[in-house]
Design a protein around this ligand. Structure first.
Ligand code: GTP
Ligand code: MG
Length: 438
């Protein structure tokens, strides 16, 4: 995963871990994840310092003795950043920064930095800026102090991103900017609603890929795209970015998946989740993630070769609850099964909709598609409505997806009753008048 540091600009950093009574079990794993996050942010880890305390120390997080030790380590390694596992209070960050004389980032700050580099679309940039400013607001005094100390020097790398621009703003300006961002994001959200209504009108099934970062969501989207008809000419511009890197995807991409012999559907690829995702980021990305809420089926993608994939599943389900999306039918997609020696079948009842796949070898993809369409059929509902003669398209769709269809031609339109997939039934019932009410 590490990129050649001679080709990319990397910045020396020290990772600092605090093992407390609470964090004990997961400590090693959390430190490994912190190292991957640092790598995703072009930091090269020069050293790691850990401290064990019953709980974080109020003033300096790791205690003043350990802070002094860290200071010498900083000098010895020439590190520019100390990246701490956990979320420090503004005060702890300020105090620690004062002692070690380099920038202190906590995990939230690191994730915000990664997001700020990856944001490509206007919406993602605004969302990240908003999350960043909310994070910075209570930390301003620390930032000013830090800026004062640095003012003679050349300025550090953090100053290149959205960080530096914002440091010069005072609290009032930040609040004003946050209000502006909310307005702009609100406008983008309204446009999205219009586009979404257009898509719902088009009435294709909406399927969303969700899951922990680096699970293979984008790779699955690309694998399905490569199975589509005209794949050779559209593949390159329709394919989404996939990479062995945390948070490769930030923007939701929606593609039509039209595989020969299968019913077409729309597939959304979304930003990945992570344990203890900063709250401001979930809030900021809520509207991007709203595609999830409007999906008919969720594909919860997991890296089954990762020993922590059960935790990843739990985190994903927690975020889904947070997004009011926990009642949407789902398929658990255990990806990267090519990396496992033997593939155990899921046992729990709640996992009846589980499938093992490999986007790399293509293993299980057909089974996944079968499950997807089975689930759609299984979740069928009756409809009995009058559809105006102008809406011929929806009638054709009922014919292609429904069973037990009967039609009569009445003055107000086609009186149609049928059993159709639940998502289509939901759409039809919300748009058309039930026949008995006429
Ligand atoms: N061995 C193996 N690697 C895979 C498989 N699927 C995806 N990968 C690799 O896993 C890495 C992450 O894949 P992505 O598709 O970018 O993952 P993602 O879930 O979209 O990640 P984020 O966008 O960061 O949330 C890439 O290096 C892929 O090549 C698989 O089935 N087997
Ligand atoms: Mg992705």
């Amino acid at each position: 995963m590490a990129e050649d540091s001679s080709l990319t600009n990397t910045y020396p950093a020290i990772l600092v871990g605090l093992r407390t009574d609470e964090s004990d079990d997961e400590f090693e794993h959390s430190m490994e994840e912190l190292a991957s996050l640092a790598e995703a942010c072009d930091l090269s880890v020069r050293s790691t310092l850990t401290q064990t305390l019953p709980h974080p120390e109020n003033a300096t997080w790791i205690g003043s003795g350990k802070a002094d030790e860290l200071k010498y380590l900083v000098r010895g390694t020439g590190a520019d950043y100390a990246v701490c596992l956990g979320n420090l209070t503004p005060n702890q960050m300020k105090n620690l920064q004062k002692i070690i004389e380099i920038e202190v980032w906590d995990r939230t700050r690191l994730i915000l930095e990664i997001f700020s580099r990856r944001a490509r679309t206007r919406e993602a940039k605004l969302q990240v800026e908003s999350a960043y400013l909310q994070y910075m607001l209570p930390r301003l005094s620390g930032m000013w102090q830090h800026l004062g100390r640095q003012s003679g020097g050349g300025g550090s790398r953090a100053n290149k991103g959205i960080g530096e621009k914002q440091i010069e703003l005072d609290r009032r300006q930040i609040s004003k900017r946050l209000a502006e961002l909310r307005r702009e994001l609100g406008e983008i959200d309204r446009t999205r609603n219009v586009q979404r209504n257009g898509r719902l009108n088009n009435s294709l099934i909406n399927v969303a890929l969700v899951g922990y970062t680096n699970a293979g969501k984008s790779s699955l989207m690309n694998r399905l795209l490569s199975m589509c008809e005209s794949s050779s000419d559209v593949a390159s511009d329709k394919k989404v970015f996939e990479k062995d890197m945390l948070f490769a995807t930030l923007d939701t991409s929606i593609r039509k998946i039209d595989i020969p012999g299968r019913r077409p559907f729309l597939l959304s690829d979304t930003v990945g989740f992570i344990e203890d995702i900063p709250h401001s980021l979930i809030k900021a990305f809520r509207s991007t993630l709203s595609e999830v809420k409007f999906s008919d089926i969720l594909l919860i993608v997991m890296d089954s070769s990762d020993p922590h994939h059960k935790d990843h599943k739990r985190v994903t389900e927690e975020v889904l609850r947070d997004l009011d999306s926990d009642s949407i039918p789902r398929i658990y997609v255990y990806n990267k099964s090519d990396l496992r020696d033997n593939i155990p079948r899921p046992v729990s009842d709640s996992e009846e909709n589980a499938v093992y796949i490999s986007t790399r070898t293509g293993y299980g993809i057909e089974e996944l598609l079968n499950k997807l369409f089975e689930l759609l059929t299984h979740e069928s509902q009756s409809i009995d409505v009058i559809i105006p003669y102008t809406d011929g398209e929806i009638i054709s769709r009922i014919h292609s997806e429904g069973v037990n269809i009967s039609e009569e031609y009445e003055e107000a339109g086609t009186h149609i009753s049928a059993v159709v997939p639940a998502p289509l039934a939901g759409y039809i019932n919300s748009k058309y008048t039930p026949s008995e009410s006429l």
